[in-house]
Design a protein around this ligand. Structure first.
Ligand code: GLA
Length: 400
């Protein structure tokens, strides 16, 4: 789902769906951006009970759990059929969802699941249309802690069918669908993280928090290619006003360790998602990751940027040639500075000279280089040599 519909700028006709109780539990369940793993980016339709248990085991064994990863999220293709009472059953890949949830919980982790407001999911499995309350109760009875709710077939089956050529009415139908599931989750009595997946349409960041959304996709699907990752990163500019404790922009799950990304690209992807206060949902095969990839995923200094309790998302301050400079304000007055070489050649950016004044900084700044793990002093105009698609990420505890 990559293209946006030709919807006009959204005008919400009142926020009658506002749900204070949900909003309160929202900040309890996602006070910082959710961290964990999701099956889709690597396993897609091959996900099964065994693979989910293996991922949970590996989150514990690899040190990821200690670094803050909690959610083990099953994406699309777990759904089976509904019985005569409308109760949804998992398919043969997941013989006993409750037992799986118990297992994941026994490892000190939480279990996430996936559905669509439409009749079918994106991969063509059973969706929740007309069964929202029933499904939310089912998830709660299994012990589910997180729901990703993916628009998919709701677009043709409901929005386009009921309101052809009327983008405003289509948008209201879409908001209604998310309100309905938000209410159903709240009524289930179990705190369940609510993740909206509708590809960033209709300024979702303006209305998702009020209906209890804890995170919302801001773009179409990520892919393990640098140009896609960089395109998504560039789309996040300006969205920093909408992120905060309990409600986060979601530039999609991590591709760290997937495809042919170089180590520099993996580092930059992970660093920038942390600067963006993005959910950190690993999307690789944890049972086969190299030590280098693991060390990226468990870099605690970088994770601390992502998980900073103030929840302020980074902004791009300036670009010079193909180098982008972003900053993120952290609690206690600290500042994170990221200098990213997006260029595929070195000539326009080598060396790059850091302009501290443009970052509002005056004189030498003492901090820590979060990938080298060493102390560093930033000085005005200092030359930086960055390899293609690599990043310089610094935390300055007391910026001046
Ligand atoms: C959509 C979502 C993906 C994934 C697939 C599953 O494309 O954007 O993240 O959940 O559906 O079918």
């Amino acid at each position: 789902m990559k293209s946006r519909p030709a919807f006009a700028a959204p005008v919400l006709l009142g926020l009658a769906f506002m749900a204070p109780a949900r909003a309160q539990s929202a900040s309890q369940v996602a006070a910082t951006p959710p961290m964990g793993w999701n099956s889709w980016n690597y396993f897609a339709e091959k996900v099964d009970d065994k693979g989910v248990r293996a991922a949970a085991d590996e989150i514990v064994a690899s040190g990821m759990k200690d670094a803050g990863y909690v959610y083990v999220n099953i994406d699309d293709t777990w759904e089976g059929d509904r019985d005569a009472n409308g109760v949804l059953h998992s398919n043969s890949k997941f013989p006993d969802m409750k037992a799986l949830a118990d297992y994941v919980h026994s490892r000190g982790l939480k279990l996430g699941i996936y559905s669509s407001p439409g009749p079918k999911t994106c991969a063509g499995y059973e969706g929740s249309l007309g069964h929202e309350q029933q499904d939310a109760q089912l998830y709660a009875s299994w012990g589910i802690d997180y729901l990703k709710y993916d628009l998919c077939s709701y677009i043709p089956a409901v929005m386009q069918k009921e309101a052809p050529n009327d983008p405003a009415a289509q948008m209201r139908l879409m908001v209604d669908a998310y309100v309905k599931m938000g209410n159903a989750l709240r009524a289930s009595g179990r705190p369940i993280v609510f993740s909206l997946c509708q590809y960033g349409w209709d300024a979702v960041w303006e209305w998702a928090p009020q209906l209890g959304g804890n995170l919302w996709r801001t773009t179409g699907d990520i892919e393990p290619r640098w140009d896609r990752i960089y395109a998504i990163l560039s789309q996040q500019e300006g969205l920093e006003a909408y992120a905060g404790p309990g409600h986060w922009n979601d530039p999609d799950m991590l591709e760290v360790g997937n495809g042919r990304l170089t180590l520099a690209e993996n580092r930059s992807h992970f660093s920038m998602w942390s600067m963006l206060a993005a959910p950190l949902l690993a999307g690789n095969d944890l049972t086969k990751m190299t030590p280098e990839i693991k060390n990226i995923l468990i870099n605690r200094d970088v994770i601390a940027i992502d998980q900073d309790p103030s929840g302020k998302q980074a902004a791009r301050i300036y670009s010079d040639g193909e180098v982008d400079v972003w900053t993120r304000h952290l609690s206690g007055g600290a500042l994170a500075v990221a200098v990213l070489n997006a260029g595929s050649r070195r000539y326009s950016t080598h060396p790059f000279h850091l302009d501290l004044k443009r970052l509002g900084l005056h004189g030498p700044q003492h901090g820590k280089d979060l990938w080298a793990g060493t102390e560093v002093t930033l000085t005005d105009g200092m030359p930086l040599e960055l390899a293609t698609h690599d990043i310089f990420l610094v935390r300055i505890p007391s910026p001046k």
